[in-house]
Design a protein around this ligand. Structure first.
Ligand SMILES: Cc1cc2nc3c(=O)[nH]c(=O)nc-3n(C[C@H](O)[C@H](O)[C@H](O)COP(=O)(O)OP(=O)(O)OC[C@H]3O[C@@H](n4cnc5c(N)ncnc54)[C@H](O)[C@@H]3O)c2cc1C
Length: 491
């Protein structure tokens, strides 16, 4: 069994923290493990280890790898449809129990994307990327390391490609090739949990063209490698975290797991040893790599959003209770709406998993068309769940004062008091938890995470175009228009 423990992760983080270049609110972080903005991210990661060790989740949060060893599902390569379905289940459990992103799913999806892509490249060029990747993966699985995938480039002016930017941070690329490795430069954006990972998987952001070979690069790197810098996202909720370094009872931040933390990652001429390079110039495989990643990520996203919806449902119901309206028929109807939307998001993700396919490497990859649908559906359903939760919670979900304001005086306390089964402080705590969902950064995460809706629609559009003539022909046959197959508007 190769399952990690919370303390092993913390020890690794402590051992490297002096070499990490992390910036929060414009300041370099000296004590990584106690910084109030980083701590919730660390708490999330610790919880993933704790939950995987729970016997109840064995076989769901854990998996048998292709060698039959038990590993964390977060670093597993999925080898059957059953595995894909269990992966969906694991996403739902983690995100529900943590009430936040689990911060490790991009690692899973990057691992699965590279397992298949390195196999494809070697098949064509007789290279040894797959062997290198497997050696790296063996260490990751045996130590149960935290992996995050950095895919999204900064991208600069969106109307221009990588070669026309005139901005060296816009797209990550190889700037030097050495006998023992490569040097890369550029910036990745929005990378979930990146600064606190054990390993970063860096992959191209899109399909590259022949002239863009230098941008067709994939590798793994340790976050404490020289010349890597992490800039933490900054959200209005972080103001409170920064002024109050105590994340315990003094802080009125709603949960030890925080909201949603991502990082800009600057690669300022970073050396990557050859053994860690998994693609170097094979531009014709970049499109498929992105597709494999997106298939896993968007299908898993349906289940991830179901976990969010479970959490939203629980916090909305608690908010209704502290407000004294839990058992009214209108509120019960709105809670049912949240549940319905969560299950619908789950169903699309599960469908993409159930219709997965076997790649020649042996890995199973979710159905890409259905994974795109799962992503688009998740936006619609989570959006509706959030609207219902905001309706249930009332105006206080955005207008609540600090828990510390209760100390202002008895009359303030009485103004905040709701259902007499709860204290005013308890009411505020319940409301703040709901605030995470209705007024936090999650909605944008649902819309953009895994690719903007335009990216999913683009894939679906090309699939529709390739099928449309066949569908028109079928419509002609059904409607009795004879002898005109292949002569529709689409031909
Ligand atoms: C919470 C969160 C977590 C994330 N986690 C990760 C992570 O762990 N790893 C990772 O790699 N990425 C991560 N992402 C990044 C995510 O994949 C991107 O946000 C997404 O791909 C969109 O890219 P963008 O944010 O640069 O938006 P933009 O590309 O700026 O898109 C904004 C809008 O402009 C449109 N647009 C963009 N380019 C064009 C064009 N050329 N022509 C016409 N329209 C265009 C888009 O369709 C969209 O509507 C995360 C994002 C979020 C919000």
């Amino acid at each position: 069994m190769a399952l990690g423990t919370p303390s092993e992760y913390l020890n690794r983080l402590r051992a490297r923290q002096d070499r990490l270049n992390i910036y929060v609110g414009g300041e370099k972080v000296n004590d990584v493990t106690s910084n109030p903005v980083l701590k919730p991210v660390i708490n999330v990661i610790l919880k993933t280890y704790e939950l995987a060790l729970n016997e109840e989740y064995r076989g769901i949060l854990t998996a048998k790898n292709w060698k039959g060893e038990e590993v964390s599902r977060l670093v597993n390569v999925e080898m059957s449809i059953e595995d894909l379905l269990l992966r969906a289940e694991s996403q739902r459990i983690l995100n529900y129990r943590i009430s936040n992103c689990n911060y490790r799913c991009t690692g899973h999806d990057g691992i699965n994307a590279l397992f298949a892509s390195t196999f494809d490249i070697d098949n064509k060029y007789n290279t040894d990327y797959h062997r290198r990747f497997l050696e790296w993966l063996e260490e990751v699985q045996s130590k149960d390391l935290v992996v995050e995938t950095a895919m999204t480039d900064a991208k600069g002016d969106r109307s221009k490609g990588p070669l026309e930017q005139g901005n060296e941070m816009a797209y990550l690329r190889i700037v030097e090739r050495r006998r023992d490795g490569i040097v890369v430069r550029g910036a990745k954006m929005h990378v979930t949990g990146a600064a606190l990972a054990d390993e970063l998987l860096v992959v191209p952001t899109k399909g590259m063209k022949e002239l863009e070979k230098d941008y067709a690069v994939a590798f793994s790197i340790k976050p404490d490698t020289e010349n890597i810098y992490f800039i933490s996202a900054w959200h209005p909720m972080d103001v409170m975290k920064k002024v109050s370094s105590d994340m315990g009872s003094e802080s009125d931040y709603p949960s030890p797991f925080g909201h949603r933390s991502t990082y800009i990652v600057i690669f300022d001429d970073v050396f990557v040893p050859k053994e860690r390079v998994f693609m170097e110039g094979q531009y014709e495989f970049t499109g498929k790599l992105v597709e494999y990643f997106a298939a896993h990520h968007r299908a898993g996203g349906g289940a991830c959003k179901a976990g969010f919806a479970d959490s939203i449902l629980g916090s909305a119901a608690l908010a209704a209770d502290v407000n004294g309206v839990l058992n009214t028929s209108y509120i019960q109807g709105r809670l049912l709406d949240i549940m319905r939307h969560g299950e619908a998001a789950y169903a699309s993700g599960i469908a993409a998993m159930a219709k997965g396919w076997k790649h020649p490497s042996g890995e199973y990859i979710p159905n890409f068309r259905l994974a795109n649908i799962a992503k688009l559906d998740a936006i619609e359903h989570l959006k509706e769940a959030i609207v219902a939760a905001a309706d249930v919670g009332g105006g206080i979900t955005v207008n609540a004062p600090s828990i510390k304001d209760i100390k202002v005086g008895e009359k303030v306390s009485l103004a905040i008091k709701g259902n007499s089964s709860y204290t005013p402080e308890e009411r505020l705590r319940a409301i703040r938890l709901l605030q995470l969902w209705v007024a936090g950064p999650h909605l944008v995460g649902v819309i953009q995470g895994g690719g903007s809706p335009a990216a999913e629609l683009l894939s679906l559009r090309s699939e529709m175009r390739s099928k449309i003539q066949e569908l028109i022909d079928n419509a002609k046959v059904v409607s009795g228009i004879k002898g005109k197959e292949g002569k529709g508007a689409a031909s």
